[in-house]
Design a binder for this molecule. Structure first.
Ligand code: ADP
Ligand code: MG
Length: 318
């Protein structure tokens, strides 16, 4: 299929239903109207075949995840995602692949009211870049640098499920369906992020592993972070792992796409309300303290040093 036909396929699969989109796909730029009293937040992420996903992965799953990782970034700002741009680099004009990709992408976009308003379509090794624009009430956007000593550190959902799924798949073992689901179809915590805007102190989404991502919070906030390993929320499937291995996948595995955030020490009731309102597990996993760095405490009080640290593209993987 030719470039124009591919763009048309994408456009028809994602018709715009948003009066704030003055111009969508089809002109030189999109034109968007920003609601008064809001700040615009932006994020972009690239997924390269055979680096971020196997080239043979189902296109529908790739479409879903390529939007999910960006929506997770928007969630970590406390913002509502509104508009997306999609840059597709394809080895060939494979209409079936694009149609399946858009099926996954649009199912998640529809759920969060995100309009596709533009992008680019080029030829080359399979690669997808998704840009998402969102809105947050003026001045309420969350950031990594706002943790304060004494804050509670909380996370949503479970940690380590995606990392365990990847590890099982890599070693040729069967992957339980629920773990595969968290790896292939992570649920961006958009509603949680919006509820945290103006309430949480620091917030980050967990993509590279708790230690690495909380390390950013600690570094940017100029504080230390202490984690209680026994408090880390885990899916039942992780119970099969010995403690050290479980802690490893939970603190260094990555791909969780949960939110990690800090709140004032007296905000426990707020956390309980959130959990009930959103029907989403929220767990206090530690505290922010004076000092620097992240330390993980085992149940016996010993400091745990993980065998792996977070994912870094330019470090060889062990
Ligand atoms: P230009 O040459 O002006 O950059 P293009 O031919 O690249 O225009 O794109 C035409 C229109 O289609 C633009 O509105 C662009 O944003 C949109 N578009 C191109 N590729 C995609 C895509 N993969 N997803 C969504 N919109 C796209
Ligand atoms: Mg173009």
């Amino acid at each position: 299929m030719k470039e124009f036909d591919l763009i048309d396929l994408v456009r028809r699969a994602m018709p715009v239903q948003d009066s704030d989109v003055l111009l969508g796909i089809g002109d030189d730029c999109a034109q968007l109207r920003i609601a008064e009293g809001h700040d615009l937040i932006t994020t972009t992420d690239t997924l390269n075949a055979d680096i971020h996903f196997p080239a043979s992965a189902p296109a529908e799953a790739v479409g879903f995840k390529s939007l999910a990782v960006s929506l997770s970034d928007v969630a970590s700002m406390g913002a509502k995602p509104r508009w997306a741009l999609l840059n597709l680099t394809l080895p060939r004009g494979d209409a079936d692949w694009v149609a399946e990709f858009i099926r996954g992408f649009s199912s998640l976009a529809a759920r969060h009211g995100v309009c596709l308003v533009g992008g680019d379509t080029t030829r080359g090794p399979l690669s997808i870049t998704v840009t998402v624009l969102g809105l947050v009430p003026r001045g309420e956007g969350l950031r990594r640098s706002a943790a304060l000593p004494g804050d509670l550190i909380a996370v949503s959902g479970n940690l380590g499920s995606a990392a365990l799924a990847l590890r099982l798949a890599d070693s040729g073992d069967p992957v339980p369906g629920s773990l595969r689901q968290t790896l292939e179809r992570p649920e961006p915590r958009v509603e949680l992020g919006m509820a945290l805007a103006g309430r949480a102190h620091a917030c980050i989404d967990l993509s590279d592993g708790l230690l690495a991502d909380l390390g950013h919070v600690s570094h940017c906030s100029g504080c230390a972070a202490e984690i209680e390993l026994e408090a880390l929320p885990a899916a039942p499937e992780l119970a099969m792992l010995p403690d050290r291995e479980r802690w490893n996948v939970q603190v260094a595995g990555g791909d969780d796409y949960e939110l990690c955030f800090t709140v004032a020490a007296d905000a426990k009731d707020f956390l309980e309300e959130l959990q009930a309102d959103l029907g989403l597990r929220i767990t206090v996993i530690g505290r922010i303290a004076e000092g620097a760095g992240v330390c993980c405490l085992a149940p016996d009080g010993a400091i745990f040093e993980p065998d792996l640290t977070g994912f870094d593209h330019f470090l060889a993987r062990s």
